[in-house]
Every structure is written in C-alpha cells, then in structure tokens.
Design a protein around this ligand. Structure first.
Ligand code: ZN
Length: 295
C-alpha cells in the first residue's frame, strides 16, 4: 500500500502548509498509478474491441441507410437511422429514471444520520479514489438476493446495496463491508456505467460483452482489495454459502475442490456469465494482494 496524504498538515496558527497540498496531490497521483496497475489487461483490450465494433455498427447503419435512400430514391435520412441505433440510450434513461424514483421512496438513503458507518466508509474511499463527488448510497430490501451494484442517472452516480448482503457482511466483520463498498466505488472510478451505456451495441454480442463485464468485475475486486487491505477475501466469502453456512466454509478446501472440478463445462458456464466464478474471484483477489504488497 502507498503512503497516504489525505489530511493536510495544519500548523499551530491553523494555516495549511503548501507542502501538504503537494503531498496530497502526490499521494493521489501515486494512488491513480497504482490503480492503473490493478486494471486488468482484458478490460483495456476488450474496451478497445467493443469501441471498434460500435463504430463499425454505426458506419454500417449509415451506409445501409444511404444505399437504401439512393436505390429506392427516397429522402436520405441517415440521421433518423442513427436515432434508431441510439434507442437503447433513451429506453435505458427512462427505465433508469423509474428505478431511481422507486429507490428514493422504497429504500434507505445512507447519510450521517442513517447507517453512519457506511456513510463514513463511502466518504473515505471516494476521497481516496479521488472521485469528484461521493455517490449516493442506498440500502434496499430485495427478497434475499445477495447483491450490490453501481448505477448512474443523468450525471449522478448511485450505489445500491441489498440489505441481505449487508447483513451478511456485517456478520463477517468490517473488512467484508468495506470490500463491498470499495468494489462498487471502483466501478464509479473506472466509469463502467457510462461506458456500458455508450457501448450498448458492443456489449450485447454474447461472449465479448460478458467477457468485458467479467474483466471489469476483476478490476473492481483488485481495486477493492487495494483499498480494503486487511482481509478482502472476507468480502467474497459472504457470497459463497449464504446466510447461515458461510462461517462453516473452509476456504482452502473449497479452492482445491473447485480446481479439481475445472473443465469444459465450468469454462462454458463462466464465459456466459457477467461475473467470474467465485473460485476465480477469490484466487484473483489473492493474486492482487501480491501485486499490492509490491507497490
Ligand atoms: Zn461489480
């Protein structure tokens, strides 16, 4: 872990030292460089591939519309055609707006007065990740589903943590809670939600879209391991065996068994998934810890 410079030194007259500001910037630059090292190569490569696919699709759409207009001597309306191409953006915006409207009335907004510990962690990590603004955090009951996600509406980032995963994380200890929040803030740091919206057409290509999604998840696990450096694996253990049984799981035995079961079918199940398998995630976080300890 790099040295931190978040609190500027204030002398006995209450003045901030210039050197403290420089130290803070140095600290943030170093942190950004360290975070770059934790971004998976797959994420970078697949982002480039999906951008290319998006541009090719756009170009094809314009060319086909122009061809249609010339062949059938109708009014050339490539602009209308591009609008059709962008319809997922409009539908995405409306459905997201409806969800945010629901969220505001049916879930608990984290604040200084409500779940203050979560609020403090979110503030602390947002500052460490050099985010312009701490995203709004909501806790939502969703029928036992163990999940948390980051989303974006207009220009604001939002993190939603389902109550069951938070309950479990609390039971596991603060490390697990920190890991979950850090993972979601890492999605915000890497602007994954904006990229998904823009690259919609590339992401619906089955294998490439899910491979990009998994690469983003691994990046966020790595960044979360970097921020919540004590025992990040705890944050993933809560997903493994559910509410009652997680404490009985022997992690080494689980990994050994998972390795024995590796093969074509486990590969096939993983390439369709938006998240890497839990065994892969736990191993990746352990690998990330080695990179982090060398920073
Ligand atoms: Zn994620």
């Amino acid at each position: 872990m790099g040295e931190e410079h978040w609190s500027p030194t204030i002398d006995k007259h209450g003045k901030k030292h210039k050197i403290s500001y420089l130290n803070k910037r140095d600290g943030i630059e170093k942190l950004n460089k360290n975070i770059d090292k934790l971004v998976t190569t797959n994420e970078k490569v697949l982002f480039f591939v999906i951008c290319c696919l998006f541009l090719v699709t756009l170009l094809l759409q314009v060319l086909l519309t122009a061809y249609y207009a010339i062949t059938f001597k109708v009014d050339p309306t490539p602009v209308l055609s591009i609008t059709i191409l962008l319809w997922p953006l409009v539908i995405g915006l409306i459905s997201n707006g409806i969800f945010i409207g629901y969220l505001g009335q049916n879930s608990v907004r984290v604040s200084r007065a409500q779940f203050a510990d979560i609020y403090e962690i979110a503030q602390d990590y947002s500052k460490k990740l050099d985010l312009k603004k701490t995203p709004k955090v909501y806790i939502m009951q969703y029928g036992g589903v163990l999940n948390a996600f980051a989303t974006r509406f207009l220009f604001g980032d939002i993190i939603v943590i389902f109550s069951d995963i938070l309950e479990l994380a609390y039971a596991q200890g603060e490390d697990a809670v920190r890991f979950i929040i850090a993972h979601e803030l890492a999605h915000v740091k890497r602007k994954h939600m904006s990229k998904r919206l823009i690259l919609f057409w590339g992401l619906i290509i089955p294998v490439i879209g899910s491979a990009y999604s998994r690469a983003c998840e691994t990046t966020c696990d790595n960044i979360a391991a970097y921020l919540s450096d004590k025992n990040p694996v705890n944050g993933l253990l809560v997903l493994l065996a559910g509410k009652k049984l997680y404490s009985k799981v022997k992690i080494d035995t689980f990994l050994q068994e998972a390795e024995k079961e590796e093969g074509f079918w486990s590969w096939l199940s993983e390439i369709r998934s938006s998240h890497p398998n839990l065994s892969t995630r736990i191993r990746n976080v352990s690998k990330a810890k080695k990179i982090i300890s060398g920073m």
